[in-house]
Design a binder for this molecule. Structure first.
Ligand SMILES: [Zn+2]
Length: 249
């Protein structure tokens, strides 16, 4: 008797492990999706920073072009100034040279400012941090993918074990298995086979049983069905209940 209850408890343990495995497996796709989102965010951050640096470089290049264009204008004006005899033209050329020189000094100042900005950006860029984070997240994703494979393998092993246990119970205790399956469907949370706690309390829902008064144990069905939660309560006397030894297994 004790041994066959033990078989049912072993089946129950396998069933609970299967439920746990399936729950873990169900959570993995979401956690991988979260990791993908995190990678995309870090990549976006890297792209944004590169774009900002690139923009400053382009601004500096533009300023350098303006400066060299002004320098050419000044050179042309100076050449003309050396040969002109017209005072009005001479005055205009001098004025133009001054204007261009003013522009150059403004652009040079701006360009210097941009160069400092560029240096600051390069120093403060979080690309390396982002790359490290991405690497960490990618490792975690690989770990989750490997975990999926491991869990799937465990799941198929447990399923085989469950099939073996069910076959044994089917052959000898169809009645028990029938009740076990019925209870499993009825309850929200495993286990379905529980012990009777001291004080006549159900080991599943922890409610006090009302109609239990030392009833004789039916050797063909050594359980009572809890009227509150429908779990199968083992009615073996204390000390003989295999639940504790089974919990440790
Ligand atoms: Zn109960």
């Amino acid at each position: 008797m004790n041994e066959t209850i033990q078989l049912l408890l072993v089946l129950q343990n396998y069933d609970m492990r299967l439920i746990e495995l399936e729950r873990n497996l169900n959570d993995i796709p979401q956690s991988i999706a979260d990791l993908e989102v995190a990678i995309a965010q870090w990549n976006r951050k890297i792209t944004q920073e590169k774009e900002q640096i690139q923009n400053i470089k382009l601004e500096i290049q533009k300023l350098e072009k303006e400066i060299s264009s002004s320098e050419e204008t000044i050179a042309t004006c100076k050449y003309k100034l050396a040969f002109t005899k017209n005072p009005k033209e001479s005055e205009n050329l001098t004025k133009r040279i001054e204007e261009e020189q003013n522009k150059i000094s403004q652009w040079e100042e701006l360009s210097l400012h941009k160069m400092f900005e560029l240096d600051d950006k390069k120093l403060s860029t979080s690309e390396q941090i982002a790359q490290d984070e991405i690497l960490k997240i990618q490792n975690e994703r690989e770990h989750q993918q490997q975990r999926t494979l491991d869990l799937e393998k465990n799941k198929s092993e447990i399923k085989n074990k469950i099939a073996v246990m069910r076959k044994v119970l089917q052959e000898n205790h169809t009645h028990w298995l029938h009740y076990y399956d019925k209870t499993k469907k009825a309850i929200h949370k495993m286990p379905c086979v529980v012990e009777l706690n001291p004080g006549n309390f159900c080991g599943g829902c922890h409610l006090k049983r009302s109609d239990y008064n030392d009833q004789t144990v039916d050797s063909h069905f050594p359980f009572i069905i809890c009227e509150s939660c429908a779990r199968m309560i083992i009615t073996l006397p204390e000390g003989l209940c295999p639940l504790d030894s089974c919990k440790e297994a």
